[in-house]
Design a binder for this molecule. Structure first.
Ligand code: KIV
Ligand code: NA
Length: 264
């Protein structure tokens, strides 16, 4: 079995094959997702919400993410493992390098940061220090209190232009993967077409290069609420392995997300 790498992910985009991704936080689920053929597993700071039961992701610490990364890593043979940098763990380039080192040592093959132009120097520095980076634009949950709630981003032309511009800058700075969260389908499609690197969407329509869901949402067991863009795959199969396999299939054949799970 060939491991998923940054180059195989790029190849999937070039071949027009959708990339499948899920969050994972422990070895058992990571192993199950890996066995079903998921391409990317993210140790998301969403763990603050789905594991701890908080209203947002701000209480998550670097040690929290490192702990869950060590667990996930043990369950994975094939999938590419990405770890989230939590709130305030990347406030300066120097702090970022030390934080990223902890996550890479815990078993991540890439770290993910939320934000645009203010991160360009940080991203360049991480690359120079051998750390691959995933960007994250649109609804970046660590900024929930700046946004005034979990709201769709990029709805007006100026905002949309700004997100596209930031995506290009991030690519230029050296990110090798980009997550777009809760933006209109049309904007996500345009960004995916304009970038060479793979773009993974969540609440960003079906025209990105891949999809990610929070695993608890995909099983319909999230503690707080179910976002509009998520789908409960246990509703149609009643078996966890089949649910995961169905999710992977629907992402690959383009039937998920449908309009019902997207923003226009
Ligand atoms: O924390 C997380 O789970 C994420 C995904 C929703 C992309 O960042
Ligand atoms: Na996250």
């Amino acid at each position: 079995m060939k491991k998923v790498t940054t180059s195989s992910l790029l190849k999937l985009k070039q071949e027009n094959t959708k990339i499948t991704a899920l969050t994972a936080y422990d070895a058992s689920f990571a192993k199950m997702f890996d066995e079903q053929g998921i391409d990317v597993l993210l140790i998301g700071d969403s763990l603050g919400m789905v594991l701890k039961g908080d209203d947002d992701t701000l209480s998550v610490t670097l040690e929290d993410v490192a702990y869950h990364t060590r667990s996930v890593k043990k369950g994975v043979e094939r999938a590419f493992v990405v770890a989230d940098m939590p709130f305030m763990s990347y406030s300066t380039p120097e702090q970022t390098y030390l934080s990223a080192a902890q996550l890479m040592r815990a078993g991540a093959s890439m770290v993910k940061l939320e934000g645009g132009s203010w991160l360009l120097e940080t991203i360049k520095g991480l690359n120079e220090r051998s750390v691959p980076v995933c960007g994250h634009l649109g609804l970046t949950p660590q900024s929930v209190h700046v946004f005034g709630g979990f709201k769709v981003q990029g709805r007006d032309d100026l905002q949309a232009e700004n997100i596209l511009e930031q995506a290009k800058q991030l690519e230029q700075a050296g990110i090798q993967l980009l997550v777009l969260e809760c933006i209109p389908t049309e904007l996500a499609a345009k960004i995916s077409q304009n970038l060479r690197i793979p773009v993974i969407g969540i609440g960003a329509g079906a025209q990105t290069d891949g999809q990610i869901l929070v695993m608890h949402d995909m099983f319909g067991v999230s503690a707080n609420y179910m976002p509009k863009f998520s789908k409960n795959y246990l509703q149609q199969s009643n078996n966890m392995r089949e649910a995961v396999s169905q999710y992977i299939q629907e992402v690959q054949d383009g039937s998920f997300p449908s309009d019902e799970h997207s923003f226009n």
